[in-house]
Design a protein around this ligand. Sequence first.
Ligand SMILES: [Zn+2]
Length: 71
Amino acid sequence: MSSIINNRKNIIMCSQCYEEFPSGYEYRLHWEEKHFYPYLKNNRFDHVRAKKDARYMKDIDRLIKEISNSI
Ligand SMILES: [Zn+2]
């Protein structure tokens, strides 16, 4: 319990590949690179393929909305 500073804990787990991240920023970078841009074609997001790959539909629905708002 005394190694909190040295042993930074990963607190966010990717809902799609279960990789863990210490902050929402790192998670978002990972998510965009691995789970968003690969499905982006001709400036359109391939929802069907992304959803097919997603393990939790609920989560990806929420994340798609989140990211769609910022592009
Ligand atoms: Zn992931």
